[in-house]
Design a protein around this ligand. Structure first.
Ligand SMILES: Nc1nc2c(c(=O)[nH]1)N[C@H]1C(S)=C(S)[C@@H](COP(=O)(O)OP(=O)(O)OC[C@H]3O[C@@H](n4cnc5c(=O)[nH]c(N)nc54)[C@H](O)[C@@H]3O)O[C@H]1N2
Ligand SMILES: Nc1nc2c(c(=O)[nH]1)N[C@H]1C(S)=C(S)[C@@H](COP(=O)(O)OP(=O)(O)OC[C@H]3O[C@@H](n4cnc5c(=O)[nH]c(N)nc54)[C@H](O)[C@@H]3O)O[C@H]1N2
Ligand code: SF4
Ligand SMILES: [Mo]
Length: 694
């Protein structure tokens, strides 16, 4: 007899701008199907391929179901099951001993394995704050772009997803929405059907770029110059909105002088693009009223990523594109959400608050941090590391250093996970965590303007526990008794939002829980009448805050650290620029162990231009070694003009232990940081390639 079906509303937890509403079908306590909710406007009833396979991930034979204690060497992956009580006592004992001597020797490491506000940084942060642990700067993804927006608009604010359908021109810039933001792509296609022109600006002919009317393949890391070149043309040809500039911007004369230094001929040379193509794009942009930019994070993973974001963010304010709801720019909408960070994370629990705060460690330099012996400027050596919602041994740059750090025998490492990842292999203790379908959460999005609630659809698999419950358990075993550490998930979630904010007018907690989502009340065209959140209230071409910090207040082009312009000697040894953007069927390193998805991606590939391949005797299907001074990894060559000459592309991020040589693209990426935001520079990476004779 068929088991009765149950249905639950859930939210896709992944680090993706779309934050879809899901409907989960359960039979006999097992998830049998997840589908997109047809009633949620951004989702429109559709999930991406990856998440459609959620039941396979949740009920995977290799889900971690009990706490595990390491019995082999670090990295070897040999563990034996232990009970929760034993695991928590063991962890509490070690952590208490370290905290008594030096609280800052404890370091959390986490990112966006789940974007949930509750299972992300709520009880976890409160716990680390209470201990006085080191703080982590969570900058691995978007910090340069976020800083660029902050200095220019005052916050991470942008256009509504929905109105791209009405745009007449869409620049899809450093973005590959077919892979990484499907629900934006649906809108772009609708715009295309209505006659809009789509232009991709990307060094690689991505799945998206090949479906646009035009593809401008600039060199990686040269977007700042490209945007300044567009400004040059817009200003020289008077394709700008003087009234908008006068009323709603700051520093036009200074920006004009800066853009004057970027004539199209110079820019064409920097970017490796056709001069005429740049000029014509600028004209088209200036003359089209409803012109929209879908910027995404692919263009800011380089040294000048923050400045480039600023330069691009100035464009719609120069042309007055903001006047229409279908004009402007979208990088992130997260700043619209009335999010109460202090209530959620309780920084006031820090013992020295607010004057004596623990040191901050930038997550992009986790390799160096773990290998540091400690000194006056770095602070104490890291002795305990607690990893949740992240897989740093696979995703963090300069992987050999990261793995060496994790391999330290005197480092006590706890990993909260669904699976035995590359990182979990280095743990002393692995603690099994619930997935989104097993716990409660509240979500905001960075690609649309809804807040959402996720309800558990099934009981925890095995002995898995929500992150919050694990941190509560650690706190209890350490004898901590602050009530803030023991609040329920529902209470934490409710307090994550500022309910008195006008954007939530007419919505209350009960209603949000019941409906599953609520749209924030926002103007259709956010900056039609100005209203930027900068110190001046204007779009700051010339940034008041940057000037105050003693930095260049105007956007500029900074060549990549690793490029022919930025480091000619290095470029002589390592002439190819490598970028490693996401593979369509993985989400960062999540899903790599889901067989049906890994089967589609098949094996690690490296796309290389025919000229570069020929110069190295490489043919389609050859195994190649990609190397630089930091390390090397192996992939199967695909000889293709999808990539421009001088640029190689390794779609990512493979689990190292599922790759043929136990390495992935992060073997060669660097720990250097961006100009603004101290973000990662994954796509600022020179390499050389050799054919392997096998
Ligand atoms: N399927 C899938 N979806 C994902 C993810 C995933 O791993 N897989 N990851 C999620 C996460 S965490 C994020 S942050 C987003 C990332 O998604 P996006 O923000 O779209 O960023 P990327 O995919 O890194 O890069 C997008 C495009 O930028 C191009 N690019 C690289 N360097 C440059 C450059 O210097 N200039 C320009 N103009 N373009 C450049 C790349 O070739 C790529 O096609 O996607 C999210 N969605
Ligand atoms: N070479 C290269 N490297 C990159 C990038 C790139 O483009 N190229 N992209 C970078 C970017 S943009 C990002 S955002 C980072 C992403 O890096 P991460 O944030 O580390 O993302 P994932 O690799 O998806 O790993 C998330 C892990 O969290 C676990 N997880 C999910 N939900 C939960 C939960 O509720 N509880 C617990 N305890 N665990 C959970 C998952 O099982 C998964 O193993 O990678 C970066 N690394
Ligand atoms: S990964 Fe993105 S597109 Fe896919 S279901 Fe989740 S939110 Fe939607
Ligand atoms: Mo990301």
């Amino acid at each position: 007899m068929n088991a009765p079906l149950e249905f639950t509303r859930a939210v896709c937890p992944h680090d993706c701008p779309d934050t879809c509403a899901m409907r989960v079908t359960v039979a006999d306590g097992k998830v049998i199907k997840v589908a997109g909710d047809p009633d949620h406007p951004p989702t429109q009833g559709v999930l991406c391929t990856k998440v459609t396979r959620y039941p396979e991930r949740v009920h995977h034979a290799q889900r971690l179901t009990t706490p595990l204690k390491r019995v082999g060497r670090k990295g070897e992956g040999r563990f034996e099951p232990i009970g929760w009580d034993e695991a928590l006592s063991l962890a509490a004992g070690r952590l208490s001993e370290i905290v008594r001597r030096e609280p800052q020797a404890v370091l959390p490491y986490s990112y966006a394995g789940t974007m949930g506000l509750v299972q992300g940084e709520s009880i976890a942060q409160r716990f680390f704050h209470k201990l006085g642990a080191s703080r982590l700067d969570r900058t691995i993804c978007s910090a340069a772009g976020m800083a660029g927006l902050k200095y220019t608009y005052g916050a991470a604010l942008g256009m509504h997803l929905e109105f791209f359908e009405e745009s007449e021109l869409i620049l899809i810039w450093g973005a590959n929405p077919i892979a990484s933001s499907l629900h934006f792509w649906t809108r772009a296609q609708e715009a295309k059907r209505r006659g809009a022109r789509l232009v991709a600006i990307d060094p690689y002919r991505s799945l998206t770029a090949e479906k646009c009317h035009q593809h401008i393949a600039l060199r990686p890391g040269t977007d700042g110059a490209f945007a300044l070149g567009m400004m040059h043309v817009l200003i020289a040809e008077n394709l700008i909105d003087h009234a908008y500039i006068e009323a709603h911007t700051l520093g036009f004369e200074a920006l004009k002088a800066r853009a004057a230094a970027y004539p199209p001929a110079r820019v064409a040379q920097i970017c490796g693009v056709d001069e005429q193509e740049l000029v014509e794009l600028a004209r088209l942009y200036g003359k089209t009223r409803k012109s929209a930019i879908r910027l995404n994070y692919g263009m800011q993973r380089v040294r000048g990523g923050g400045n480039a974001t600023r330069a691009i963010a100035c464009l719609p304010s120069l042309t007055g594109a903001w006047r229409d709801r279908s004009g402007g720019l979208l990088l992130s909408t997260s700043g619209w959400v009335p999010f109460d960070t202090a209530a959620l994370q309780r920084p006031d629990l820090i013992p020295g608050w607010p004057t004596e705060l623990p040191r901050v460690v930038n997550m992009n330099a986790i390799g160096d941090a773990l290998l540091h012996e400690g000194d006056a400027s770095f602070g104490p050596k890291v002795e305990a590391l607690i990893v949740y919602n992240s897989n740093p041994v696979a995703v963090a740059p300069d992987s050999a250093r990261v793995a060496a750090g994790f391999a330290r025998e005197d480092l006590f490492t706890i990993v909260l996970e669904h699976f035995q990842t590359d990182t979990a292999d280095y743990a002393d203790l692995v603690l099994p965590a619930t997935t989104q379908l097993e716990h409660f959460d509240v979500h905001r999005a960075y690609g649309h303007t809804y807040v959402m609630v996720n309800r558990p659809a099934i009981a925890p698999v095995g002995q898995a526990r929500p992150n919050t419950e694990i941190f509560r358990g650690l706190a209890r075993h350490m004898g901590l008794n602050d009530p803030a550490l023991f609040e329920s998930d529902e209470t934490v979630g409710r307090n994550a939002l500022r309910w008195d904010d006008p954007t939530l007018e007419g919505v209350d907690w009960a209603q949000l829980n019941d409906a599953g989502w609520a749209k924030l009340k926002l103007p259709d065209a956010p900056f039609a009448e100005g209203g930027f959140r900068t110190p001046s209230g204007k779009c700051e071409f010339e940034s008041v805050l940057l000037a105050r910090e003693g930095k260049d207040p105007l956007p500029d082009y900074l060549p990549p650290y690793e490029s022919h312009d930025g480091s000619p000697e290095l470029a002589a040894r390592y002439p190819l620029a490598m970028i490693s953007p996401p593979a369509r069927h993985f989400l960062n390193s999540t899903f790599v162990n889901v067989d049906s998805l890994r089967d589609v991606e098949h094996e690690p590939h490296l796309d290389i231009h025919p000229h570069d391949a020929e110069a190295r005797g490489i043919q389609e299907g050859d195994n190649v070694r990609i190397r630089n001074d930091r390390g090397a990894f192996v992939a199967r060559a695909r000889v293709t003009d999808r990539t421009r000459e001088g640029v190689v592309v390794g779609l990512s991020i493979w689990w190292k232990k599922l790759a043929p040589d136990g390495c992935n693209a992060n073997a060669v990426t660097s720990q250097a940081l961006t100009d603004l935001g101290a973000s990662a520079t994954f796509y600022d990476c020179l390499v050389e390639i050799d054919r392997l004779d096998v």
